[in-house]
Design a protein around this ligand. Structure first.
Ligand SMILES: Nc1ncnc2c1ncn2[C@@H]1O[C@H](COP(=O)(O)OP(=O)(O)OP(=O)(O)O)[C@@H](O)[C@H]1O
Length: 302
């Protein structure tokens, strides 16, 4: 049986007295998109950079396509999207991608890739003159041009405009359809929910939860509405069937949980009417990945 695309067991990474990764274990399957989520400083980049072979682990085992991360045999098989640097400032965008493509036996068509990522009009622009988002798209193009089996994308859509974000999502979806494993980090929960087969939430250098987006968010539904802050939720709770819960988070945003059906909806709207409260944006929906993320990692800034 094939090894996973990435297998991490008991990974530890320290910087002086900071333990950035603290016994982290996770897997990324072949042919699937794995999203690693975590608050600032959770250890995502450290973990990904160890998998890419750019940093040394202090403890633990990491295998990439069954090999140690720095194995030369991985070079043609793994794509890495670098956050910055690596491109000579005066090199033209198209020239750079063509150069990178020559390192691979069966590269993608460079012109088609430039069109796909909206870079065709900038093919002759020197790297230093590209906007931040264009430089990032070039970096994404360079990561995939060699038809890798596995691609690491560290915050691929940070700072991209909506059009470029969608182009990136489409590219990731197509990579997955072509059997490529993608391991990405992101702070955009909608991105993870949309793209990932498997989500790994880390905090304090450890995995705090993992599963498919659907498994993490669960089947339970919530009733949500907006109204003036400070409603007397204890009174609402008295009117609701036992086992229900109601909370205000953040101020003016209300969430009612329990057996969400016609009875609960009628009770909430009747209670609002009796209180003279207009419930705005009243809707019934499943918990989002962001709800789960905040529950698991808290609201404190890191
Ligand atoms: N080269 C370094 N030297 C010292 N400390 C570092 C170094 N790199 C990372 N750290 C620290 O390690 C911890 C984890 O950092 P890391 O960049 O892996 O987190 P992250 O989850 O990618 O964060 P973010 O979401 O903010 O990018 C942080 O506390 C960070 O300050």
């Amino acid at each position: 049986m094939d090894s996973p695309a990435v297998e991490i067991i008991g990974l530890v990474k320290r910087y002086g007295c900071t333990t950035a990764v603290d016994g982290l274990s996770m897997r990324a399957a072949r042919g699937a998109v794995t999203a690693v989520l975590g608050p600032n400083g959770a250890g995502k980049t450290s973990t990904v950079e160890i998998c890419e072979g750019f940093r040394e682990a202090d403890e633990g085992t990491v295998r990439v396509l069954g090999l140690p991360p720095a194995a030369p045999a991985l070079r043609p098989r793994v794509g890495v999207m670098l956050q910055s640097g690596g491109v000579p400032p005066a090199t033209r965008c198209g020239e750079w991608l063509r150069l990178v493509s020559r390192f691979y036996a069966r590269p993608l068509d460079v012109d088609a890739l430039l069109v796909r990522l909206g870079l065709a009009a900038h093919a002759r622009t020197p790297y230093r003159r590209l906007s931040g988002g264009q430089q990032q798209r070039l970096s994404l193009a360079a990561a995939v041009v060699g038809r890798p089996e596995l691609v690491f994308l560290d915050e691929p859509t940070a700072g991209l405009d909506p059009q470029a974000r969608h182009a990136c999502w489409d590219l990731v979806t197509d990579l997955r359809a072509a059997g490529v494993a993608v391991l990405l980090t992101t702070h955009h929960m909608d991105e993870a929910e949309r793209l990932a087969d498997h989500v790994v939430i880390i905090d304090g250098g450890r995995v705090v939860s993992e599963g498919s987006p659907a498994a993490l968010t669960g089947a339970e539904r919530q009733l949500r509405f907006r109204a003036r802050p400070g409603l007397a939720l204890e009174e609402l709770l008295n009117a609701l069937p036992s086992g229900s819960a109601a909370k205000e988070s953040p101020a003016g945003h209300y969430i009612v949980e329990g057996l969400v059906g016609p009875e609960l909806l009628a009770t909430v709207t009747a209670w609002c009417a009796a209180e003279g409260v207009t419930a705005d944006d009243l809707r019934i929906e499943r918990r989002t990945l962001e709800d789960v993320f905040l529950e698991l990692t808290g609201r404190e800034l890191r």
